[in-house]
Unconditional design. Structure first.
Length: 376
């Protein structure tokens, strides 16, 4: 078998999405103001900005009201509150002659158009109504938001996945020293609630293959993915995980940092809390990343108990160049095809492939590969 893998083009399905239309009074506020809403930046302690405030049809959007437990040590000022969390879903649909294309008013939709957004009188129509599709949740990084994932979510859906993109609005939850510690505990709780809302819904629930649910995240989104996969944040027993996730992709994941010259780990001493992660995990990292260091990431992968795969993106910083994002998404597609669709050819490609054709230089580090669960 060739060790050079072929990239994935756009899949055979047209892609529909849930409604995320912005009210006319907000469409021209400009990129900087829009960015604050997308991040959840606070105007005051009483009124944080959030995308939920912008929606023209909030009743049509995918809004989950997350009930936060009364645990101040974990959830800070969000403790005991009901938090609105906005998501959008993409899914395989039937191509229409006149699709309802929508450009979200941010950077001239540089991150992709919604190809067919549901209107006020529409319900999702799946390409194959009797089929159940694997579900992938996309978890964005810190200081980021779901609009960055529009094109990404559409490409995955075009290959026969239902995809959910969350807007965590992390800056609603940061504490006084601007630490994301509370957001770290909130994110898995939020994601679990959104997953519940999808699986329990009449519109999407019957079309999800609930035995094959994946999560993919970059940076703080990678941290979120590991927590949901079973990693206990700071060894806290109350850290939320969810056994319904069956595969995870983590790109430049946050698993620790140096503080005053000392190592600080996200999942307990030496990240040993990751030993409870037994699902398959694909890890990607940049060799010139100075934010999430390979010296933390690579030892963390060795703590994982399930099948593991590690891909090195050569000469890449924390925010990858476009061609390396392309490489990352092609490895991700291969991995999810192998573990969510159980495609034999994808499994062989993942096992033997060293590099993805096109894009920038990348290399699968086979010395870290483990195709079976580790016995602890």
């Amino acid at each position: 078998m060739s060790t050079m893998l072929q990239p994935h083009t756009t899949g055979p399905y047209a892609v529909g999405s849930t409604n995320l239309q912005v009210s006319p009074k907000f469409t021209n506020i400009g990129d900087e103001a829009m960015h604050h809403y997308l991040l959840g930046t606070s105007v005051s302690a009483q009124h944080p900005h959030y995308i939920a405030d912008l929606l023209q049809f909030p009743e049509l959007a995918w809004v989950t009201h997350v009930e936060v437990p009364q645990q101040t040590a974990l959830y800070g000022t969000a403790s005991g509150k009901s938090l609105p969390v906005v998501s959008f879903l993409t899914y395989p649909t039937i191509k229409k002659q006149f699709p309802n294309s929508y450009a979200f008013p941010y950077h001239d939709s540089a991150y992709g158009l919604f190809e067919h957004m549901l209107g006020t009188d529409e319900s999702p129509h799946f390409a194959e109504q009797s089929r159940r599709y694997p579900l992938i949740i996309l978890a964005h990084g810190a200081a980021a938001h779901g609009i960055y994932e529009v094109e990404h979510a559409h490409k995955l859906a075009s290959h026969g996945y239902i995809v959910a993109v969350l807007f965590y609005g992390d800056e609603r939850y940061v504490n006084a020293d601007n630490s994301y510690a509370y957001a770290g505990f909130l994110r898995p709780l939020i994601t679990q609630a959104v997953l519940d809302s999808i699986l329990q819904s009449d519109t999407f629930g019957p079309h999800v293959d609930s035995d094959n649910i994946g999560i993919s995240g970059h940076s703080f989104g990678g941290f979120t993915s590991l927590a949901l996969a079973g990693g206990k944040i700071q060894d806290q027993a109350d850290s939320v995980s969810d056994p319904r996730f069956t595969a995870a992709v983590i790109a430049a994941p946050y698993v620790g940092h140096y503080e005053q010259g000392k190592e600080v780990f996200a999942f307990g001493d030496n990240n040993m809390g990751l030993r409870s992660v037994s699902i398959p995990v694909l890890t990607l990292f940049g060799t010139k990343d100075e934010s999430t260091l390979a010296s933390f990431i690579l030892p963390a992968t060795e703590q994982l108990s399930g099948p593991t795969y590690v891909v090195e993106l050569v000469d890449q910083a924390h925010i990858f160049e476009p061609s390396s994002w392309q490489d990352k998404e092609n490895w991700e597609m291969l991995f999810f095809n192998a573990y969510l669709k159980h495609d034999k050819q994808a499994q062989e490609g993942l096992k033997h492939g060293l590099s993805m054709h096109g894009g920038n230089e990348d290399l699968q580090r086979l010395e870290f590969q483990r195709a079976q669960c580790r016995v602890r």
